[in-house]
Write a protein that binds this ligand. Structure first.
Ligand SMILES: CC(C)[C@H](C(=O)O)[C@@H](O)C(=O)O
Ligand code: SF4
Length: 474
């Protein structure tokens, strides 16, 4: 086979092959891949630790493993015992397991406690060129650094704990090139929602996505993380962005970042992590950023979205039979009528947070809209930082005061209302505008209805009480 250039994903993969699988093409066996960073949380780790214990095995590399408490933690009264017995058991089990197996853990209240995908980057643990895994689908977030980052199942978690390797099938590559400039008021969240609406929730299946182009290069690391985070919602195995000066600037000086001469050597190696010009992607998608507007979901999967200026779609006008049926079912669940302007949809809850949009830049965007304004009567707004460090920084910048003055609830760190595994939930029939990543039936609480939005849209929606963009405010 003629040699050709390699994509970013292929380069990172090649650098981590311990044993190459035999065979070619579709008959090729999985490769054994070395894992540089293993992130752990309370939900997907208990059985893995049990497995190790049963087999009498130790953790292969506790130094490459780090745990935090995020899904089951409450975001108020964190100094009190967790009231819910299931959540309490999960968290206590993680604490015991980490103690027994020598894993560093950031427990509730710790400055580095928070959502696992916020904590890794914040500590400088996530670095370009790494392989990163976690028993959590949104591990794709870390791909924003040019890492190959994948969510894995509990049995794979155990495999990584025992061996620091994983048996993985090769992937296909898809380039998502975003040319042009995002208009003012349009964020990376709007972009990724538009991408998923375009390629569908299965569009990325079997692929590692690489986001490229002018609009991506212009983005902050926070914005890039938002995009890579939601790659999984398009069904992709991972999402990646080649590292550049913006990446290095973010990583530099963080607790686990290389220092001195090691830093220079690391940057020289990271500079090589670009897709070669003659590399060929298995699929390509092009988006013109300048055509985008704020984007919101109307349905019950992240691909069922539309520009905020449009109306709830009419299922009868959808040509594909299964898409039509899915839209009908979604509208029934969401309690929406076809033809309703999206801007007329009233919410009772606004949630700002999650590993998609719970970072400092997101909170700044929300504060920018809320400053001097009030959350509408009858609307409950939760602002939940992705980590305690994000919270501390927001406090230092005076953002906490802005949230509270506007009438929002300013909480402690955790997954919170992103999913119904802790006390922050929607009641049946309640409707939210949420900066999180999934709008599945019951995701935020049984019977709850979720509209996925950007932080800017969340803030404007809180003020007006109906789905809105900051431009709609006087
Ligand atoms: C609980 C966990 C396994 C799950 C995931 O894998 O993503 C959660 O984080 C989610 O967002 O649904
Ligand atoms: S914030 Fe939401 S998406 Fe992210 S890890 Fe937690 S539950 Fe999963």
């Amino acid at each position: 086979m003629a040699s050709r250039g390699r994509t970013l994903a292929e380069k990172v993969w090649d650098q981590h092959v311990v044993v190459r699988g035999e065979g070619e093409g579709s008959a090729r066996q999985p490769d054994l891949i070395y894992i540089d960073l293993h992130l752990v949380h309370e939900v997907t780790s208990p059985q893995a630790f049990d497995g190790l214990r049963l087999a009498g095995r130790a953790l292969r590399r506790p130094d490459l493993t780090i745990a935090t408490e995020d899904h089951n933690v409450p975001t108020v009264d964190i100094d009190k015992p967790i009231a819910d017995p299931v959540s309490r058991t999960q968290v206590e089990t993680l604490r015991r397991n980490c103690e027994e197996f020598g894993v560093r853990l950031h427990p509730m209240g710790d400055l580095d406690q928070g959502i696992v995908h916020v904590v890794g980057p914040q500590l400088g643990l996530t670095q370009p060129g790494m392989t990163v895994v976690c028993g959590d689908s949104h591990t794709s977030t870390h791909g924003a650094f040019g890492a190959l980052a994948m969510g894995i199942g509990t049995s794979e978690v155990e495999h990584v704990m025992a061996t620091q390797t994983l048996s993985l099938r090769p992937f296909k590559t898809m380039a998502i090139t975003v040319d042009g400039e995002l208009p003012a008021g349009v964020s990376s969240k709007d972009l990724i929602l538009a991408v998923i609406a375009k390629i569908g929730t299965g569009g990325g299946q079997g692929y590692v996505l690489e986001y490229r182009g002018e609009a991506i290069r212009a983005m902050s690391m926070e914005a890039r993380m938002t995009i890579c985070n939601m790659s999984i919602e398009a069904g992709a195995r991972a999402g990646m962005i080649a590292p550049d000066e913006i990446t290095y600037e973010f990583v530099k000086g963080r607790p686990h970042a290389p220092k001195g001469a090691d830093w220079d050597a690391a940057v020289a190696a990271w500079d090589e992590l670009k897709t070669d010009e003659d590399a060929v992607f298995d699929a390509e998608v092009h988006i013109d950023a300048s055509t985008l507007t704020p984007f919101v979901t109307w349905g019950t999967n992240p691909g069922q979205g539309a520009p905020l200026g449009e109306t709830v779609p009419d299922p009868a006008a959808i040509a594909d039979e299964s898409d039509r049926a899915a839209a009908e079912k979604a509208l029934a669940y969401m309690g929406l009528e076809a033809g309703t302007p999206l801007r007329d949809i009233a919410v009772d809850t606004v949630f700002v947070g999650s590993c998609t949009n719970g970072r400092i830049e997101d909170l700044r965007a929300v504060a920018g809209v809320l400053k001097g304004r009030k959350v509408a009567d009858g609307v409950r707004m939760l602002v939940v930082p992705g980590s305690m460090r994000v919270r501390a920084q927001a406090e230092e910048e005076g953002l906490g005061e802005i949230f509270t003055a506007a009438g929002a609830e300013w909480r402690q760190a955790g997954c919170s209302m992103c999913l119904g595994m802790n006390p922050d939930q929607l009641a049946s029939g309640e409707r939210s505008a949420s900066t999180s990543n999934r709008n599945f039936e019951g995701r935020q609480g049984k019977g709850g209805r979720t509209h996925l939005v950007s932080p800017q849209v969340a803030a404007a929606t809180a003020v007006r009480g109906t789905l809105s963009a900051p431009a709609d405010l006087d």
